[in-house]
Design a protein around this ligand. Structure first.
Ligand code: NAP
Length: 255
């Protein structure tokens, strides 16, 4: 029997997990992307793109596609789709696992200011003009228009459109991973004195945090919102093991 798995993705780990699971001959894996990124990197498994239409839409999709297992491997800050996934799983009785990457913890030398939202981060920069590196993606960058006194360096995968209504903003288009040495050069070149970051966890975007520590730069860290409590793993390998355990062992595809 072929077991049908839907992975909700949009992260490097989701792509890695899809590739790993696709090696099992008895699994049929589809990866779902929101469709935010104009040219997502090749995913290696069949991809479907775009929203489902809330928890109800996702529940309908699970039924139509006869999905046996739903895996939420979305970004830790994509709270709505994670809530929808838990709700759709509970509505349909389709089992759900989540890949929940753990967040970074501050270490000696870090200068973190913790805030609960991107809007709060904009306030936490204070009244005096600063040179700010925004590393939160493009979707919420406009929250900083309320603080036009600062100079902004804004990095995103896709262009920020429309541009921010602030007098001084520089845009960089780039996709991680971002090694610490490169981040350090970037911070120094632009004379950055504050970084706004999400607590994404993982290695790929930790370079700026380590570089900020080395340079004594403040990091305004946006806290995570709570996510639904579903069976979860912290790494791709652990989640793949959960799937193996769930469906039972089987020979891998090919030789
Ligand atoms: N938020 C971040 O910082 C961040 C960072 C890196 C990558 N991402 C990725 O970017 C995507 C969008 O993030 P977001 O913060 O906008 O999410 P979100 O606020 O949780 O979700 C908004 C809506 O987008 C649709 N959606 C989200 N992820 C989807 C997926 N994998 N497949 C199909 N539809 C999806 C859903 O629409 P419907 O209700 O119509 O189904 C959802 O209600 C996610 O896949 C996430 O993994 C987000």
């Amino acid at each position: 029997m072929t077991h049908r798995i839907l992975i909700l993705g949009g992260t490097t780990e989701a792509r890695q997990l899809a590739g790993k699971l696709a090696r099992r001959a008895d699994l049929s894996v589809t990866l779902s992307l929101a469709g935010r990124t104009e040219s997502p990197v090749a995913q290696g498994v069949p991809v479907r793109t775009g929203g489902f239409g809330g928890a109800e839409g996702l529940a309908a999709y699970l039924g139509q596609e006869r999905i046996h297992l739903l895996i939420d491997a979305t970004h830790p800050y994509a709270a709505r789709i994670s809530a929808n996934a838990a709700e759709a799983a509970s509505q349909t009785g389709v089992p759900i696992f989540a890949l929940r990457r753990s967040g970074w913890e501050p270490v000696a030398g870090d200068r973190w200011t913790l805030v609960d939202s991107v809007a709060e981060a904009a306030q936490a920069l204070g009244a005096a003009p600063r040179r700010v590196f925004l590393a939160i993606g493009r979707q919420e960058a406009s929250a900083f228009e309320v603080a036009p006194q600062h100079r902004y360096l804004i990095r995103s995968v896709d262009p920020v459109e429309p541009k921010l209504a602030v007098p001084d903003a520089t845009y960089i288009l780039s996709r991680g991973p971002f090694p610490e040495a490169n981040e350090r050069v970037l911070l120094e070149t632009h004379g950055i004195d504050a970084i706004v970051s999400k607590n994404s966890g993982g290695e790929a975007t930790y370079g700026k945090i380590a570089a900020a520590r080395a340079l004594g730069i403040e990091v305004i860290m946006v806290r995570r919102s709570p996510l639904p409590d579903v069976p979860s793993a912290e790494t791709v390998d652990q989640l793949a093991e959960m799937v193996d355990h769930f469906f039972g062992p089987v020979a891998e595809r090919g030789v």
